[in-house]
Design a protein around this ligand. Structure first.
Ligand SMILES: Nc1ncnc2c1ncn2[C@@H]1O[C@H](COP(=O)(O)OP(=O)(O)OP(=O)(O)O)[C@@H](O)[C@H]1O
Length: 231
């Protein structure tokens, strides 16, 4: 299977802190990969490099054959780990904002997803709870017809019911032609979603593999393997 993302030897240093250390990773087209690692392991830094928000000090990243920039932003739908909508907006404005920004945005899909999440158009952004924010942001991001979806900690800080709804929305809206990259340290809740997993420690990949194969080889769930590696 063709690789949609090729990461070769990237290093990223903030002042004197090395967040990524000669990290290499190829991600094949189609499928869901979990990037797993504890706080500070470099997950967000890696995602910011993939989305073109940061540049590595060394190494190379290719997404669909191009370095992160205008083209890659047009094919990558990104859920940041924080809110990206304006406080003055309501949900309808947020839909309009995505429609204006992204040619691949499917408004009908967004409306269906928002209904599934129990959100309505008139709700004001500044009045949403953390879980509602997460549901809104995810609904918008999943409503783009993108080649690559990058979800940074999609269920962090939300209650178990909202978590299940978010996971359901991801599963139901995932299209097998596209590639999904999800970072998390909430492995138990998310492991059934992953085709492949990569364990990140100290800015490098400690272990990578097919989730099912790893479960068989190690005789344990990915969550237990995570605890064994990072515990
Ligand atoms: N802007 C910054 N300036 C200085 N150091 C930073 C900056 N951003 C991240 N770091 C450091 O780089 C390392 C990797 O951080 P990063 O945010 O990528 O980790 P993470 O795996 O996403 O963590 P978390 O799960 O807590 O979000 C950490 O040691 C962090 O302190």
């Amino acid at each position: 299977m063709e690789d949609i993302i090729k990461i070769k030897g990237i290093t990223k240093t903030y002042r004197n802190k090395r967040a990524l250390d000669s990290l290499s990773l190829n991600i094949k087209k189609g499928g869901v990969i979990g990037i797993l690692g504890p706080n500070g392991s470099g997950k967000t830094t890696l995602i910011k490099i993939l989305t073109g928000l940061l540049r590595p000090n060394k190494g190379e990243v290719l997404i669909d054959g191009k370095t992160p920039g205008t083209y890659t932003k047009s094919i990558v739908s990104y859920l940041p780990d924080r809110n990206f909508l304006y406080e003055w907006m309501n949900i309808e404005d947020a839909i309009g904002f995505f429609k204006d920004f992204y040619e691949d945005f499917d408004e009908d899909k967004a409306i269906n997803l928002l209904e599934f999440m129990g959100l309505n158009k008139g709700m004001k952004i500044k009045e949403l709870s953390k879980g509602m924010h997460e549901k809104l942001n995810l609904s918008l991001v999943l409503s783009r017809n993108a080649k690559v979806y990058i979800l940074d900690e999609p269920i962090a800080g939300v209650d178990p019911v909202a978590r299940d709804q978010i996971l359901d929305a991801i599963v139901k809206n995932y299209n097998e032609e596209s590639t999904m990259i999800i970072t998390t340290h909430l492995v138990r809740d998310m492991e059934n979603l992953f085709d492949d997993v990569a364990f990140l420690r100290g800015g490098t990949i400690e272990l990578i593999g097919n989730a099912e194969t790893l479960r068989e080889e190690k005789g344990m769930q990915i969550d237990d393997l995570y605890k064994e590696i990072f515990g």
